[in-house]
Design a protein around this ligand. Structure first.
Ligand code: 13P
Length: 285
């Protein structure tokens, strides 16, 4: 069934696990996510980034996501990842997304508050729940890059004010992760997560979670992380499986045969993450 992000994340917050949010671009990724969630009885968020919307178009993404949600026996939220402008958020809401992120992290605090608040008011009026970002998460996702020097950690007091004044439902915080492939091992600022949790009572979101060691994620979840975003690790699973298959079967031209091992590899990776996040068996009936 299709549900809002808030419904999923409040249950995760109450029961101290995290829901995986996996990026989608095509049918095979959606099928891999849904099949993993159903096999493990796990709630899940399928989300489309700026690049995903550009690649497939909002109508295809929305149709795939809504179908996945409607036909599935596990709860699924269809989420816009890093929505950058008001019009795009409205378009996604109109196409049936149940959750949207409005990312005003490039603005100074006052402006981010006003920008986010406007989206929250409208989204809530039509039953859609909202994620926002405070602090600036580094790295590259699709064509959007935040350099190391521009990345800034979330300030707990600003987070308190931001959550209170915007009425946002869940908050992405910058605590040491970055989008894309890591060069070294990412170091999470656990004290900061705890300090934010003490003054902010909504679910917290961790972006840039591919390549973050299992122990680090499992330490962050009980501190308040309820949504964990994964894109890069799924891309790698897809690309490696396609590469292996094509190298081993150079004469094969049937896309179904080429893509089937990739779907299976993505499903495997997603199931591995669901075990790490503790969401296995948490789908309510
Ligand atoms: P990764 O690039 O680490 O998979 O992060 C994805 C993400 O945070 C999407 O918003």
């Amino acid at each position: 069934m299709l549900v809002t992000g808030k419904e999923l994340l409040l249950d995760a917050q109450k029961n101290k696990y995290a829901v995986g949010a996996f990026n989608i671009n095509n049918m095979e990724i959606v099928q891999a996510i849904v099949s993993a969630a159903e096999e493990l009885d796990s709630p899940v968020i399928i989300q489309a980034s700026q690049g995903g919307l550009k690649y497939a178009g909002v109508e295809y993404i929305a149709a795939l996501g809504k179908l996945a949600g409607r036909n599935s026996r596990v709860p699924i939220a269809l989420h816009l990842d890093h929505g950058t402008d008001f019009d795009q958020v409205m378009q996604c809401i109109r196409h049936g997304f149940t959750s949207v992120m409005i990312d005003g992290s490039r603005f100074p605090l006052e402006e981010n508050i006003a920008f986010t608040k406007r989206v929250v008011e409208i989204a809530h009026a039509v039953g859609v729940t909202v994620e926002a970002e405070l602090g600036k998460i580094g790295g590259t996702e699709d064509h959007i890059t935040v350099s190391e020097k521009d990345a800034t950690f979330t300030d707990p007091e600003e987070a308190r004010r931001f959550a209170e004044e915007t009425g946002v439902d869940y908050l992405a915080i910058a605590v040491g992760t970055a989008h894309g492939v890591y060069k070294g091992e990412p170091k999470l600022d656990y004290d900061r997560i705890s300090e934010i949790r003490e003054v902010v009572d909504i679910p917290l979101v961790l972006h840039g979670s591919s390549g973050v060691p299992t122990e680090s994620l499992q330490k962050a979840i009980p501190l308040g992380i309820c949504k964990i975003n994964i894109d890069t690790d799924i891309r790698a699973a897809f690309a490696n499986a396609v590469g292996d298959f094509v190298r081993a079967n150079p004469d094969e031209i049937d896309p179904r045969k080429i893509l089937s091992p990739a779907t299976a590899a993505m499903k495997e990776k997603i199931m591995e993450k669901m075990h790490i996040f503790g969401s296995v068996g948490k789908a309510w009936k």
